[in-house]
Design a protein. Structure first.
Length: 271
């Protein structure tokens, strides 16, 4: 695969505004330098993300922040219209995501880890898995008017590291590969800073710019594990029916650290 081939598209689908920036923002900036078209979908507009504004008010604010952040990346942005804490795998949520996938037509889809600290993230992962599997089925109808055409093929599916790199039991989830995001860390944090409503909320509660500090700390921790200053972790979904070619790894080969298990010890090395 030529990573600079025109028309290559990657779509990051996460639960809430700011999840993409925190988990995979640096890698998306790398893809942009390789000429990829980028898209972001959030399942919700973040309607529970305030202790002072109404759900409708904070949803409007956070939708605007997410759109501005996506524009900074140069990415297409849509919200699936679900509500916080009510992201559920059901027929309607699958239809909505399939329709968005068919509109954007990605070759690569990135979503949450199947196990994470909250159900909105885990259910998003399940919805995206179901939607990527069915988006190329001509007899699967989204019931939208007018509907987008079915895709030609199932995209490659990738899972980002869970928040803090741990599963719901607090255990480290080791990625298949890391992406060194040292060169794009400033852009990652700049993109995250567009979500000022969340940044200010944490400042008021903690007296520190914890929103950016924690994101930097997590990326630094992952970097220490793979020999980089800052990194993000990924796993590829390799189950039946999905592409097994390392499409994202090839596109980001200049920055990838691959897993090498020698005598029971996990190391990450450049390919």
């Amino acid at each position: 695969m030529d990573e600079n081939q025109p028309g290559r598209r990657a779509l990051a689908i996460m639960a809430h505004p700011d999840d993409v920036e925190i988990l995979v923002g640096g890698s998306l900036f790398h893809l942009r330098t390789k000429g990829w078209e980028l898209g972001i979908v959030t399942m919700t507009a973040g309607d529970c993300g305030s202790s002072t504004l109404s759900s409708e008010e904070i949803a409007r604010v956070r939708y605007g922040e997410a759109k501005a952040a996506a524009e900074y990346l140069g990415a297409w942005y849509r919200c699936a219209g679900l509500r916080d804490i009510e992201v559920i795998l059901n027929a309607q949520s699958i239809r909505v995501v399939v329709e968005l996938l068919r509109q954007f037509r990605p070759q690569v889809v990135i979503t949450h880890s199947p196990t994470d600290y909250m159900l909105d993230h885990e259910e998003t992962s399940r919805i995206v898995r179901a939607a990527t599997f069915s988006m190329a089925m001509p007899l699967y109808h989204t019931r939208q008017v007018p509907p987008a055409e079915p895709a030609r093929a199932t995209p490659a599916l990738y899972y980002a590291d869970p928040v803090e790199g741990i599963n719901l039991m607090g255990e480290r989830v080791h990625p298949q590969f890391y992406v060194d995001v040292t060169a794009t860390m400033d852009d990652k944090l700049r993109m995250l800073s567009f979500h000022s409503s969340q940044r200010e909320w944490l400042r008021q509660h903690h007296g520190l710019d914890e929103y950016l500090i924690r994101t930097r700390q997590w990326a630094e921790q992952y970097g220490e594990e793979c020999g980089a200053n800052y990194a993000e972790g990924f796993r590829q979904h390799l189950g039946h029916g999905y592409p097994r070619q390392p499409i994202l790894q090839d596109a980001l080969k200049d920055w990838v650290r691959l897993k090498d298990v020698t005598e029971g010890e996990v190391r990450y090395t450049k390919p």
